[in-house]
Write a protein that binds this ligand. Structure first.
Ligand SMILES: [Zn+2]
Length: 67
């Protein structure tokens, strides 16, 4: 169930299931944000995409630890 909480919290590596750190890079495309996280254990680049609804995007960024 936790997988459907805040995006980016508690995500696991698709290759080795290590817990991923915070977002390394964020790409914006039309209507979507792709977040990139690099696994500290195996180096795999894990990406997730989510829809962006106008300015709510900014709130989401700040609801997570900003590093
Ligand atoms: Zn990994």
């Amino acid at each position: 169930m936790k997988e459907f909480q805040l995006p980016g919290v508690g995500l696991k590596c698709g290759a080795c299931s290590a817990t991923l750190p915070s977002v390394t890079r964020t790409f914006k495309t039309e209507g979507f944000v792709t977040r990139e996280r690099i696994c500290p254990a195996c180096g795999k680049v894990n990406t997730t995409s989510e829809r962006v609804i106008n300015s709510r995007e900014l709130r989401r960024y700040c609801s997570q630890p900003c590093e």
